[in-house]
Structure formats: C-alpha cells, structure tokens
Design a protein around this ligand. Structure first.
Ligand code: KG4
Ligand code: ZN
Length: 346
C-alpha cells in the first residue's frame, strides 16, 4: 500500500495504450502496477478483423472513461486524494500499430503532458510486450533472458540484456503467429479474433488428428503463410459438415502445429545463446496450449520459464507503464513534437 507521501516522492507513471483495438490506461508507482483498465472493441467481430476507422472512433469514445477509471482505481485502493496532478510523467504507445488508433492515444497523452506540464515518454509496443514479464516482482526473470513475443502483428525472439537493451534475434518472414490463428479460424468459420476460440475448441480435440505443413526456415526466423495455405487446401477437399463434426480435432491440430513451429525455434535460440531464462509475451502467449507446452519444455531442459498473467499478455497499458518507468529512470523523454508511426524498427 502506498501512502500519499510516497505517491508524491516516487515515480508515478500514467500510461496509455491505443495501438490496435484495445483502449487501455494504467497507473504505475515505482514499477508497481496500481491500476490497469482495458476497454475492448467488440464492433470488429462482425467484419472478421479490425476495421481501422472504427477502431480510431472507438478509441475516441473510450479514452476519457478509461483514463478516469485508472485514476479512480488508485483513489479507491491507495489514496483517496490522488489526482492526475500527482503523476510524474505521461507515457503512450508511439509505434507500431494502426496509425489512426495510435494518433488518438498520442494526441491525448501530448495534450495531458502540455496541460499538466509533465514530461512525456514514448513507448515501443513490442518492447513493452517483452517487459510485461517484469510486472510481477515475485516472479520476474533475471537478465539476460530470451522472450518469444507472439502477437497479432509480430512473432519475434528477443534477447533482453537489460530493460532498455532488447535485440530481435529472430522474426517471422510473413504472417505472425496471431494471424496464423486468426486466419485459420476464419477458414474454419469462426469469428474474429479466432485465436481464443481455437484455444477453447482445441482443449477437447486430438492434436495429432490432422497433419499440416511445417515450414523449413533457417536460423531463428519463422514462417506461417504455408500453414494457412495447407489448412485451406485441406478444407477445400471437405464440406461444411466435416468441419462442424471435426472442429475440435481441427483446432487442436492447427494449434499443435503453430506451437511446434514456435517451440522448435525457441529451443534453437537457447542452444545458440546459452540463455536458459525463457519468457513469452504478446496476445498469443495467452494460449493455454503454448503456456503448457513451454512449461513442459522448460522442465525437460531445466530452463526457467516466465509467463505473464493473462491480463498482461494481450494489449494493455500496464506493460507501457512498466517500460515507461525504466525510460523515466534513464531520462529518456520525448519532445511534444513527437509523432506516432505505424511501423518502427527498434
Ligand atoms: O498482442 P495482441 O493483443 O495484439 C497485437 O499487438 O497484435 O495480440 C492479439 C492476437 C490475436 O491474433 C489473437 O487471436 C491472439 O493474440 N490471441 C490468442 C489467444 N488470445 C489472443 N491466440 C491464441 N490463443 C489465445 N488464447
Ligand atoms: Zn500487442
């Protein structure tokens, strides 16, 4: 529990995440998350994917209530007199993401920073996914560690030497793991986002019932486009009744293939780097099959496995807040002229 005095003297970050279809705000005090509110956008379900303009409009609607909720939570649980003026800095997701979505969060954060006369911190969304592993102080990895970051737009293996020294050592050359889940789910007639539904049906299915293509990609890179094509060709030979009757086995087999592709490369990364602290991050790390398989592999090879809580796997502002906290300590602030970008190297 933080008292009023400590909230004043410690580093208090208000962070905003709006890179895709979740609007989120979080308050973090000296690396401890005090609140993390997320507003999901269900409007995209009927379109089978995120519609950028609708996402931007929904962020506009959600951002004020979500930021207020994050502040109110600190008031009700830690300090009834806490206000937005007690914040040390405002952080926001600068890249990568949908540009219209990013613009809403960036502009809101910049306006707040200007009006409150507080410093601004720009955060890279993918770095934040990795640092979500530092949120749980009782179970966070020591450096260096490897992180398999698997989301709707990215699939990467990251070598983390310190909070702000992160290096991508492998990545997908085409689709991301989340896209592999969502696109195959669509072929199976499941609504967007299909990843959580494949996870759900896979629990009742046989993972080796059907065999789908596994890519032969060198080094630590990934490819998922062949899997999608392989599922498409397989389904073209069957009718809708077949899919309905075999949905659990199909989901379990697709999930098993994706997990096999991912774990093969993380095993190679451990072999190449000698680093045995292994984390996962990103929306796909919410997948129960992947979480179980990585835990089993960790026990088998004596690796230390770190898996963030579900709420910190999919897009959330707590991960932006923790990253901003380390940037604050490093005096890494952004100018008010900063702009978001849809793509960004790190
Ligand atoms: O990190 P995230 O929330 O947003 C991006 O930055 O992309 O990841 C979203 C992705 C989607 O592709 C979604 O289907 C997938 O994460 N996902 C899952 C699960 N929960 C979310 N995929 C498989 N199993 C899940 N349980
Ligand atoms: Zn993400």
């Amino acid at each position: 529990m933080f008292t009023r005095q400590t909230l004043y003297t410690l580093t208090t970050i208000l962070a905003i995440e709006s890179s895709c279809d979740e609007t989120s705000a979080s308050v973090c005090v000296d690396g401890k998350i005090l609140s993390n509110f997320i507003a999901n956008q269900t409007i995209h379900e009927k379109y089978g994917g995120v519609v950028p303009e609708l996402a931007s409009r929904a962020h506009m609607q959600h951002i004020v209530p979500v930021v207020s909720a994050a502040i109110n939570q600190v008031q009700s649980t830690h300090d009834s007199q806490f206000t937005i003026h007690d914040i040390s800095a405002i952080a926001f997701t600068q890249a990568p993401g949908l540009i219209g979505s990013l613009l809403v969060g960036a502009q809101f954060a910049k306006s707040l920073a200007l009006s409150l006369n507080k410093p601004l911190i720009a955060v890279h969304h993918m770095q934040a996914h990795v640092l979500a592993n530092l949120i749980d102080e009782d179970n966070s990895p020591e450096f260096p560690f490897l992180c398999l970051t698997v989301s709707g737009g990215h699939t990467q293996i990251v070598l983390a030497k310190s909070p702000l020294a992160l290096e991508v050592i492998g990545e997908t050359i085409d689709d991301a793991a989340g896209e592999a889940f969502d696109k195959t789910a669509k072929l199976l007639g499941l609504p967007y986002p299909g990843g959580p539904l494949i996870d759900k049906y896979a629990k009742e299915g046989n993972p080796t019932a059907f065999k789908f293509a596994e890519p032969q990609i060198p080094d630590l890179n990934f490819s998922f486009s062949g899997l999608k094509t392989s599922v498409l060709y397989f389904l073209q030979k069957h009718d809708a009744a077949f899919i309905q009757n075999n949905l659990s086995d199909l989901c379990a087999s697709v999930q098993h293939t994706i997990i096999t592709i991912l774990l093969k490369k993380i095993k190679l990364a451990v072999k190449q780097t000698g680093i045995k602290n292994v984390c996962i991050a990103g929306g796909v790390s919410a997948n129960s099959g992947l979480r179980n398989a990585l835990t089993v592999m960790g026990n088998q090879y004596s690796w230390k496995i770190f898996i963030p809580k579900f709420e910190y796997c999919t897009d959330n502002a707590a991960m932006i807040a923790i990253t901003a906290y380390y940037k604050y300590l490093a005096n890494d602030f952004a100018e008010l002229s900063v702009s978001p970008t849809a793509r960004a190297e790190w």
